[in-house]
Design a protein. Structure first.
Lengths: 414, 295, 289
């Protein structure tokens, strides 16, 4: 009731005072233009407007850390943008608030610029019976490798299995003060998402899962095994000290500066690494596994707001973004893989070795993305962070950690 | 007749002075303040399209939640520690920088000492994260000086995190007290010091018997506001530690944010907010009564 | 004989004073260095390529000065817009809150009237709810007023944050001025407003300045509302611009620190100028007690 009243009152104001809902004008809320600062998205919008003179697109750029909050806040006041840049883990949470428009009918149209079957599949999977977002691009999680440190520690190839990874991390940490095998960013500082960056990719490579449909299933043997692996690696000194205060940002920078041997993160980091420290003897491999070729997939997704007054124009724009030609350009600008796989060939042209390797992972291995099904995804990874911190501190065993996360997650989802 | 009119205008005068301020505050903030209280009486606003009125159920949930109490305790520690830190460092530096030195030097030192205040919280938090990192400059210096043998994880160790946060908060907040106190010092009539000097008063005696009593109104005002703000200080805490490790530095404001924007439990968040309001209001009433007695 | 003795004493006192001064200078230098140290590190980060910031051992002085961060910030017109917006908003809020706040403070300080404590409690109460919970309903009010995505929306917002402070603090400063001042002026035929402007304000000048500094910095540093209440690049402020550099895929450390430093320089200069003004006003402020 409060919400409706608030919305009515805001809508009245919006229609009376601002031309927000003017026909043919759509807003695109995203963080992509903040990541890519050379004006690519302004040009993209200009190109679209030239091809569709009756539609104008307003680019609303927010820092990544604030986009999720902004979408909820804007929608509560009734000033939500029409097209939304999305992150897969937000899906279930946003559905529960009724923010997203189901896309099934749009995808079923036969005048689309792309075939639904060509799109990266993970974000399309139905939740509550519908498809809610489409992929602009995709990033598989990979392991970045500092070959210099690997060789210095006496190995000639990057690790492919868990056993090799443990051996190499300990050996690299032993090299000198300030050098560590691998960094694990388990700090509580926002976004506090270390576990989904490092723990989940390892778990998937171990054949494990943490969700059972939309129900949390954290307390299982594969999870305990993976937690045990992290704990052993930490106890053996392979992990960089200070995991409980280490942020993803610092983790990346220390790898670029040559202080850690390995970094598990999205493949898209390879361009920052090579451009910022060209001296680094760098390569990229799939996350070491126990024989399971599964990877965590991440990407930038696009959705339409349920409250949009201009859904047709919004779809026209989404349709434009997914056409193979535009999609290839967007992927290249972000140094990512395209969301429309028809664009792969165009992206492959002139791509460097690290991008080609990611394409192999994309085409051969199983993509996994579970957080999108999770109720309270963001809260759940804060819980994982806190419990893993306690485990690495020695306050609880891996089994206790798994039980604790499961219990708190269930409590949260209630 | 004339005297009645004059009396009326005199009586009306204070209202005339207060009007613009009260109108702006009332127009913009009374609705949001009311809304927050209203939110706390529903099951979940924003998320639910049709929230249900639940009375004081959210308050009951809150008061039986150990997380709330531990955040409350942390808030108390953080607030008292920060305000003490701000006051001691701020007043100390104000006295030092007000000392009898060349005016140019005075301007220079004052300006340098105000620097911690002119950067936005994101930058302050990120900068301290770098400095306090196990391989950061502070650990490096401490080890070089031989004060510690191992690098300490200042923000990641539950036993150290609150202290580190207090350090950051003190550093960030003292300039406000310093500047306010410094301005107050300029309004103390010099004759009072001269009189005290004739009586043979030393530095401390002058400070206790002249400066402090003279600046009581300023100190009270500053302390009250600093307490209220620190009690609900959000960006600096959230960006420096995120309430962690675990919940070692979780305070009521970060709990509010966590409930609202991490877990989307807006009504529970509003309930915490109202509890902050009630505590602050009780404190302010105490202060106002004290003030009334003083005048 | 007597003369020599006095002279001896003054020389002695003079020496003592000089020693004391030296002590103060040393203490100030040490303390200031400690307090400014984190800022020096910030500047150091702004002048290093990021790889050097994270290399070991950490060093305050860069190997060679790297101006890349500054170049990127100075050549991008977006950042100029952010700076201008921040200054416009900050100065407008400061001017408005000083005028409105001082008037209200005068009312509270110089009159006892029906409802004075309630009014004061209300003023302070507006500060007691964590702003993050106010955000959504407040956002609704701003949209309702048609001030969404305008600098006026921000100015008004920060005014509501700053007013309680201005009122309470100016009230405190005015309370330190003895009431005999007003009475003397009233007898001379001054109206209440005249008393405020001509008698009290000059004496309270240092207090006004510190209130102004506070108000300006509040607007200058605020981030949450600046982000929520604006959406065009043309309306964004410095803190929002800085937060844009904290990306999903890493942080532009050199650029972020460079922008912070560039943005803060004018604030620092402004503060220095204002400080001199306070020191100048000191002698005038020390009027008869």
């Amino acid at each position: 009731m409060i919400k409706t009243r608030m919305t009515a009152f805001a809508l009245a104001a919006a229609t009376a005072l601002t031309p927000l809902a003017a026909q043919g004008e759509i807003e695109w809320l995203q963080w992509f233009a903040a990541e890519n600062t050379d004006g690519f998205y302004d040009e993209l919008v200009a190109d679209f407007e030239a091809k569709h003179p009756d539609i104008t697109v307003k680019l609303v750029t927010q820092p990544f850390g604030k986009v999720r909050e902004s979408i909820v806040t804007d929608s509560a006041i009734g000033v939500g943008s029409d097209v939304l840049g999305l992150n897969m883990p937000w899906t279930k949470e946003f559905l529960d608030i009724g923010i997203l428009e189901p896309l099934d009918d749009y995808l079923a149209r036969d005048d689309n610029s792309f075939a639904t079957g060509d799109l990266v599949e993970a974000p399309l999977g139905k939740i509550d019976g519908h498809t809610w977002m489409v992929p602009l691009n995709a990033f598989p999680f990979v392991m970045h490798v500092n070959m210099g440190l690997v060789r210095e520690a006496g190995f000639d190839a990057p690790p492919a299995t868990w056993a090799e990874l443990s051996a190499q991390t300990s050996a690299i940490s032993a090299l000198q003060d300030g050098t560590s095998g691998i960094g694990m960013p388990f700090s509580s500082q926002p976004p506090s998402n270390g576990p989904i960056l490092t723990f989940l990719p390892l778990l998937y490579a171990n054949g494990g899962r943490i969700m059972d449909g939309t129900t949390p299933n954290f307390d299982n043997p594969k999870v305990v095994e993976t937690l045990q692996y992290l704990k052993d690696m930490n106890d053996a000194g392979g992990m960089a000290p200070g995991a409980a205060s280490r942020t993803g940002g610092v983790d990346l920078e220390e790898f670029i500066a040559g202080r850690t041997g390995f970094l598990i993160s999205p493949g898209v980091h390879s361009s920052s690494i090579t451009s910022r420290n060209p001296e680094l003897d760098y390569t990229l491999v799939r996350v070491p596994s126990n024989g399971e070729n599964a990877y965590r997939v991440h990407g930038w997704e696009i959705g339409i707001s349920a409250d949009s007054a201009n859904k047709e124009d919004a779809w026209t724009f989404v349709n434009y973004l997914l056409s193979p030609e535009v999609n290839a350009r967007a992927a290249k600008a972000a140094n990512a893989l395209p969301g429309n796989l028809k664009a792969l060939d165009a992206v492959r042209e002139g791509a460097d070795e690290t991008l080609i390797k990611q394409m192999d992972i994309l085409s051969g291995d199983t993509p996994v993305e579970e957080m999108r099904q999770s109720p309270k995804a963001v809260g759940s990874w804060s819980v994982m962070t806190e419990e893993i911190q306690a485990m690495l501190r020695g306050d609880q065993t891996p089994a206790e950690t798994a039980t604790a996360v499961q219990a708190r997650w269930i409590e949260l989802a209630k | 007749m004339t005297s009645t009119i004059r009396q009326m205008t005199t009586k009306g005068t204070p209202y005339f002075f207060l009007l613009p301020g009260l109108v702006i505050l009332g127009a913009l903030l009374s609705v949001p303040l009311y809304k927050v209280v209203e939110y706390s009486l529903y099951d979940n606003v924003i998320v639910e399209r049709n929230p249900t009125y639940v009375g004081l159920a959210n308050y009951q949930t809150l008061l039986t939640d150990p997380g709330y109490w531990s955040a409350g305790l942390n808030t108390l520690l953080f607030t008292v520690g920060s305000v003490l830190g701000h006051m001691v460092v701020g007043i100390g530096l104000a006295l030092l920088v007000n000392a009898d030195i060349a005016p140019r030097a005075r301007t220079f030192f004052r300006s340098m000492l105000v620097l911690p205040w002119i950067f936005t919280a994101v930058v302050v938090a990120l900068n301290w994260q770098l400095l306090l990192n196990p391989f950061g400059l502070i650990n490096y210096i401490l080890q070089w000086m031989g004060l510690t043998t191992e690098p300490l994880d200042w923000l990641g160790d539950p036993n150290l995190a609150m202290w580190s946060l207090l350090l950051i908060s003190t550093w960030r907040g003292y300039p406000f007290i310093m500047v306010s106190f410094l301005s107050g010092l300029q309004t103390v009539p010099r004759e009072l010091y001269e009189a005290a000097e004739i009586d043979g008063a030393g530095f401390w005696s002058k400070f206790w018997h002249v400066t402090l009593p003279q600046l009581k109104p300023v100190i009270y005002g500053v302390a009250l506001l600093d307490l209220i703000w620190t009690f609900q200080l959000f960006p600096l805490v959230w960006l420096s530690t995120g309430g962690g490790p675990g919940r070692a530095t979780e305070v009521l404001s970060t709990l509010t944010f966590r409930l609202a924007f991490v877990d989307f439990q807006f009504s529970q968040a509003a309930t915490v907010a109202v509890s902050i309001l009630i505590i602050s209001a009780a404190f302010t009433l105490l202060y106002l009564r004290n003030e009334a007695r003083r005048l | 004989m007597a003369d020599v003795a006095t002279q001896g004493r003054t020389i002695n006192e003079d020496r003592q004073r000089r020693w004391r001064q030296a002590g103060i200078y040393i203490a100030l230098t040490v303390v200031t260095f400690i307090m400014v140290f984190p800022i020096l590190w910030m500047i150091s980060v702004s002048l290093k390529p990021t790889t050097e910031t994270f290399s070991l051992p950490p060093r305050l002085l860069p190997d060679s000065f790297h101006w890349g961060g500054y170049a990127k910030v100075l050549t991008d017109p977006k950042f100029r817009t952010f700076l201008i917006n921040s200054y416009v908003v900050g100065l407008a809020v400061t001017a408005l809150s000083l005028v409105i706040g001082t008037l209200a403070a005068f009312g509270f300080s110089r009159y006892r009237f029906f409802g004075d404590r309630v009014a004061k409690l209300f003023v302070i109460t507006t500060q007691m709810v964590p702003t993050i919970t106010l955000l959504i309903p407040y956002f609704g009010v701003i949209v309702f007023l048609g001030l969404y995505d305008t600098l006026w929306g921000l100015i008004l917002t920060y005014l509501t944050f700053a007013l309680p402070y201005s009122i309470v603090m100016m009230n405190g400063y005015l309370d330190t001025i003895p009431k005999d001042f007003d009475e003397a002026a009233t007898i001379d035929g001054c109206t209440p407003l005249g008393v405020l402007v001509r008698v009290l304000l000059p004496v309270a000048l240092p207090g006004i300045i510190s209130t102004a500094v506070y108000t300006f910095l509040l607007a200058w540093n605020e981030f949450l509302f600046a982000l929520a209440l604006t959406r065009s690049m043309d309306m964004r402020t410095v803190p929002v611009g800085i937060s844009m550099m904290v990306g999903e895929f890493g942080l532009k450390w050199d650029k972020m620190m460079a922008f912070s430093v560039i943005g803060s320089l004018p604030v620092l200069i402004l503060f220095m100028l204002v400080q001199r003004f306070v020191v100048g006003g000191l002698s005038a402020g020390g009027v008869k007690g």
